[in-house]
Design a protein. Structure first.
Length: 474
């Protein structure tokens, strides 16, 4: 009932109401204006034709073009309007120049992709700690928050009221009373059913400055692009990122789909300052300069994307770089596997070149339709020689990658079209054997208890084929 009340009071309700009114208006036109049906049919064909031509000639990806053309065939008028609202005009961004003589090829390429969004090249960390569960990461985060001296900046896709929220609230209120600058950014869509206006007022009254990173509006174009980042920065010296949101299921306080498997990383040193600058750009505030450490020795690249139309996407470029540069092995934790054709072909080429590619996907889904696509693409990669297993202990929400036992990437990026090409995301890529070994050890433990991907049943295949036509919209 609480989610229903939040829905009715929140900004998602007007969006749904407008969609229903639009559908009702179309139905009334069809019922009460029969004499106009013939002219409308002719006009409909013209509108569909010109909209289809515009879609084909656009700078969009092939997968997005296909989905829009199918939508145009099914719903000519509504499809034409949605194609116009969702049209892409990617702006060009200039990556930093990359040279094969750079100190680290993979990190340099990834940093060059991300530089237009982060403003940094390769950074140096003084320490990296990997957390194989959300519970462990939150425990460490809470301790760091209680030790904060200057500021605590948090940016999350989902913030939900519950046991975790209560503990976090008391800690943040305590630090705010001590004069620490406490700020919380949340996504308007991701938190629309979990964080009420009353909760926001309570946070603000306690001295915790809140802000919607991407406010939810009635514009359909805005709904398609969300802020999916998960970042916590303490004093510009410590930062957390990964797949863990501020909700009870991520730390085991609430059981959803069995044991919720998630991961996070804690980094100290220069990368923490870069994460602080990312949040600062959203809130319009420059973070204070952190104290420099003399022990920063681990090479890293902070990877980030904005929820804007860009020709260059740092996350997609980083994943491609890991796959294409690996000589021995690549591993992936991902809850959703529905990428574009480019990444699928790159993984297949890596397998053909002798690279061992292993992917771990969920066995218990949280969303049925994306799960159909996840299993479909898993089967396709298996046929090409990649190894895929399903995580059986619960829902797998972790988003990690390793390459050759040297590189590890922990992030908020899913291996799907929306995450790689539409949403604001972030992550940490590092060349550190100890860090990579921790991630690979966690992967191997999950792999041992995993189960093979089952065969696709006939009726499931029919449903999946239809869903696949709208891959970029899921």
């Amino acid at each position: 009932m609480k989610k229903v009340r939040n829905f009715l009071r929140g900004k998602l309700f007007p969006c749904a109401l407008i969609a229903l009114l639009w559908a009702a208006g179309i139905a009334l036109l069809a019922l009460y204006l029969p004499r106009w049906l013939a002219p409308l049919a002719a006009l409909e064909r013209l509108v569909s034709l010109f909209t289809g031509i515009a879609v084909v000639l656009s700078c969009d990806t092939p997968e997005s073009k296909l989905s829009k053309l199918v939508l145009l065939l099914l719903l000519p008028w509504t499809g034409a309007i949605l194609c116009i609202l969702w049209r892409r005009k990617p702006r060009a961004v200039t990556p930093l120049p990359y040279s094969d003589e750079d100190e680290d090829g993979i990190l340099s390429k990834a940093a060059a992709y991300a530089a237009p969004f982060t403003g940094s090249r390769i950074t140096r960390a003084s320490g990296i700690c990997y957390f194989p569960t959300g519970k462990e990461s939150f425990r460490a985060l809470l301790n760091d928050i209680l030790s904060a001296q200057s500021y605590i900046w948090l940016e999350y896709y989902i913030v939900a009221r519950g046991a975790l929220f209560n503990r976090l609230f008391f800690a943040l209120r305590k630090k705010a009373e001590e004069g620490v600058d406490v700020r919380l950014l949340y996504d308007g869509f991701g938190s629309s059913l979990t964080l009420s206006a009353k909760d926001v007022r309570q946070l603000n009254a306690a001295g915790i400055h809140t802000q919607e990173a991407r406010p939810l509006t009635t514009a359909l174009r805005a709904v398609n692009r969300r802020n999916h980042r998960k970042i916590a920065v303490i004093d510009g010296a410590i930062a957390y990122t990964g797949g863990v949101n501020l909700a009870d299921e991520y730390t085991g306080e609430k059981i959803r789909f069995g044991n919720w498997k998630d991961t996070a990383v804690r980094v100290t040193g220069q990368p923490a300052a870069v994460f602080a600058e990312l949040i600062g750009k959203t809130i319009g505030k420059q973070p204070p300069s952190p104290a420099k450490s003399e022990k920063e020795h681990i090479p890293c690249a902070v990877i980030a994307d904005n929820a804007e139309d860009c020709v260059l996407r740092a996350g997609a470029g980083t994943v491609s770089t890991l796959v294409n540069s690996a000589k021995k092995s690549v591993t992936f934790f991902t809850p959703y596997l529905a990428p574009d054709g480019i990444l699928i072909r790159e993984i297949k080429r890596a397998v053909a070149a002798g690279v061992e590619v292993r992917l771990m996907i969920p066995h218990i889904p949280d969303k049925k339709l994306p799960f159909l696509l996840t299993r479909h693409f898993a089967r396709e990669l298996q046929k090409a020689g990649a190894q895929v297993r399903e995580y059986t202990d619960g829902f797998l929400h972790a988003k990690c990658a390793t390459a050759d036992g040297e590189y590890a990437f922990v992030s908020s990026y899913n291996l799907d079209y929306r995450s790689l090409y539409l949403q604001a995301e972030c992550g940490l890529l590092a060349r550190d054997e100890a860090f990579a070994a921790d991630v690979e050890r966690d992967f191997s433990q999950a792999w041992e208890t995993g189960t093979p991907v089952p065969r696709e049943r006939f009726f499931t295949r029919i449903a999946r084929m239809f869903v696949q036509l709208f891959l970029p919209f899921l």
